[in-house]
Design a protein around this ligand. Structure first.
Ligand code: AMP
Length: 420
């Protein structure tokens, strides 16, 4: 099969790396990919948001399966366009992607179909929102409706904090049209966890669990980031909790999407709060997480192409993925200054051509310039390793981290430490 991976982060390198091991693969492309993807795929110079060019490329090359990594092209309708052109794709249609792309849509679906989540109200203008905030109890959570690159949610400790975020969304338009409506919801107590499934709209395959580390600095301090590291499996998931999440959240969500006429296909990622009253949904995503995908791909023993192709073809009931029981730890190495401003173009040393299968340096923001791999983004690498225990995987990952370097390289030193 000819396969195209869309995206350019560590997630896409991990997907391409695993897909490249499939006996069914004849040719692998990545658009636009990065220097890591280039080790296992042919990179094509088309960005993930250039959906016209992506469709033209898939048609011209007769791509059998397009695997879409990031949420933006999904919400722009890339999968609809590919399917209309007779090309198979792994990922939801534009309508189904609203589960991630519109919090107003997701909350409405959950309320209508009794899927446990936080109580909420929707506001279409800042005057009404502020009037509500004057009489509300705190803390509460203010969310921009649309995609805001992970920055649209504020857990507000008091009224002033909440009003600031409403103004950012609705008056200052910091998130563009994504802030035209806001959801204001109760703050849920508990610990956070996520569960991911692959679905074809009929069958659900629950993936191994993973947790990510969002804050920039050790001890979960500092600003929020796209993710500084991840560990699989995640703690806190006994069989009972997992059953509840499946029965009360995941299966009802897939059924609800079918009943609403937007069948879900691809990944359904439920961000959850494990509250004293049971698991409740904080958000849905419709794609794999970055960096959670990196440790997951190291742990997946069976063929990724089989799984993704079956989901895209509606034959998922035939596939049962096999997982390595060993834990995996992924440590993200960033450019100095990330998540704020940072420089690019710094040469990276210590990257091997051939990585051992159980310790891989996945590339995120990297590119090749005059034959040299240089930094090209905030999250540059995810150094990911398997081990008999979390401690052993951590040790292995950090040993490898210390062998790669570039000017200003930064990483957290405590990824997975709390799980040892
Ligand atoms: P979301 O993008 O909706 O997952 O929100 C981002 C982060 O905000 C979550 O990972 C939580 O840490 C926090 N959050 C969102 N909604 C709530 C809520 N209802 N109660 C408490 N924390 C929340």
């Amino acid at each position: 099969m000819k396969v195209l991976v869309v995206g350019s982060g560590g997630r896409e390198h991990a997907l391409a790396w695993k897909l490249s091991r499939s006996p069914r693969l004849t040719k692998l492309y990545a658009a636009p990919g990065n220097a890591g993807c280039a080790q296992v795929a042919e990179c094509v110079d088309i960005k993930a948001e250039q959906i016209d060019s992506l469709v033209a490329f898939a048609m011209g090359e007769k791509i059998d399966l397009t695997v879409v990594g990031p949420e933006v092209p999904l919400c722009m309708g890339l999968v609809d366009r590919l399917e209309r052109a007779g090309r198979k794709a792994f990922g939801p249609t534009k309508d189904a992607a609203r589960l991630e792309g519109s919090k107003v849509f997701a909350k409405g679906l959950m309320r209508k179909h009794n899927i446990p989540s936080a109580e909420y109200r929707i506001f279409k203008n800042s005057r009404d929102a502020r009037a509500y905030l004057d009489r509300a109890e705190y803390p509460l959570v203010v969310k921009a409706d649309g995609l805001a690159a992970g920055k649209g949610v504020r857990v507000a400790k008091d009224r002033d904090d909440a009003v600031e975020h409403v103004l950012d969304c609705m008056e200052r338009k910091v998130y563009g049209d994504a802030g035209n409506e806001v959801v204001i919801e109760e703050a849920l107590p508990g610990s956070e966890a996520s569960v991911l499934v692959v679905t074809d709209g009929k069958t659900l395959v629950v993936l191994e669990t993973a947790r990510d580390y969002k804050r920039a600095c050790d001890g979960d301090q500092g600003p929020n980031t796209g993710g500084m590291g991840a560990v699989s499996p995640a703690p806190g998931f006994d069989a009972e909790t997992m059953r509840t999440v499946e029965q009360r959240i995941l299966i009802p969500a897939v059924h609800a999407m079918n009943r609403e006429g937007h069948p879900m296909k691809g990944v359904l990622y439920a961000g959850l709060m494990l509250t004293p009253g049971g698991p409740r949904v904080l958000e849905f995503n419709v794609r794999l997480g970055d960096p959670e995908t990196q440790p997951l791909m190291l742990r997946l023993k069976s063929d990724l192409l089989d799984l993704l192709d079956a989901a895209a073809s509606g034959t998922l009931e035939r596939v049962t993925p096999e997982w390595d029981p060993r834990p995996a730890v992924g440590v993200v190495v960033t450019s100095a200054g990330y998540p704020g401003k940072y420089d690019t173009g710094k040469p990276i040393t210590g990257l091997g051509d051939k990585e051992p299968e159980d310790a891989v340096v996945f590339h995120g923001g990297t590119t090749k310039r005059m034959g040299k791999v240089v930094t090209n983004g905030g999250r540059v690498l995810t150094v990911t390793a398997l081990g008999e225990t979390v401690a052993a995987a951590r040790k292995r990952a950090y040993e490898r981290v210390r062998t790669v370097s570039f000017d200003g390289a930064y990483y957290r030193s405590d990824i997975g430490k709390d799980l040892e």
